[in-house]
Unconditional design. Structure first.
Ligand code: DGL
Length: 260
């Protein structure tokens, strides 16, 4: 099974991308709703939760892990890779690769939670590949609650986006990484604000799905070990109506959340 974890249900954007790009491969998802949000937590807490989430998924049959949460990926990826034997994928590296190969001007913007932006992981990874590129990062802590409220098209959301994105616009970026699980749901508004023809948006949920697709094609022996089937399971550590509504919004259909 492909194990995916996130701080909550936002990471279902990754599950949706995996479902679309790798149909028939069984997904097991764990959303840590009891301890969400991760974006405002310390690296130590996020690492501890990420280890527990990975253990849960492996115990329940995951043969591959995807860290869907940018905040977790930014501080816990290396530790999880050292600790667990299964292949571990995360949303940051594929998004960086796409951003580096897409930009023409070398001016790349990154938006994410406070934890992700504070880690400077995107900047480090972009500079490793292209030291001459300029990276402009902006923490956007209000966007996750707005998405969770379902305010995907609200006037207030547009105003807040304007406030967050205008400084990036002034930096003449031509590529913007959506470095958070929730931001793909605001893609249209963000694209509109940045200028769709001027700025390419990098959706890390799609990029990690494409990376996994390539990996499994290149490694048929590993692909064989992943249980097939369409009965994806979505576990959560707490259950709220709002989370169920967000899950439904992401998939466009009802999702049975199983509380553990
Ligand atoms: N999943 C988190 C991320 O991608 C956003 C929500 C949270 O802060 O927990 O960074």
């Amino acid at each position: 099974m492909i194990g995916i974890f996130d701080s909550g249900v936002g990471g279902m954007t990754v599950a949706r991308a995996v479902e679309t790009l790798l149909p028939g491969n069984q997904i097991i998802y764990y959303g840590d709703l009891a301890r969400t949000p991760y974006g405002s937590k310390s690296p130590e807490a996020i690492i501890e939760y990420s280890i527990a989430n990975t253990e849960f998924l492996i115990e329940h049959g995951a043969g591959i892990i995807i860290i869907a949460c940018n905040s977790a990926a930014s501080v816990a990826s290396d530790i999880l890779r050292r600790k667990f034997a299964v292949p571990i994928f995360e949303v940051i590296t594929p998004a960086v690769e796409r951003a580096v190969s897409s930009t023409v001007s070398g001016n790349i913007g990154v938006i994410g939670t406070r934890a992700t932006i504070r880690s400077t992981i995107y900047e480090q990874k972009i500079k490793q590949q292209a030291p001459e590129f300029r990276v402009f990062s902006k923490a956007c802590p209000l966007l996750v609650p707005l998405v969770e409220e379902g305010w995907l098209n609200a006037r207030e959301t547009k105003m807040i986006l304007r406030k967050y994105l205008t400084p990036l616009k002034h930096k003449q970026i031509d590529t913007l990484v959506l470095g958070c699980t929730h931001y793909p749901l605001l893609k249209d508004l963000i694209g509109h604000r940045m200028g769709k023809s001027r700025v390419r948006l990098i959706d890390s949920s799609i990029e990690v799905g494409l990376t996994l697709q390539k990996y499994l094609t290149a490694k048929p022996a590993i692909h064989e070990t992943i249980q097939r089937g369409n009965e994806n399971k979505y576990f959560v550590s707490d259950m709220t109506k709002a989370a169920a509504a967000t899950a439904e919004q992401i998939f466009g259909r009802h999702i049975d959340l199983i509380k553990v």
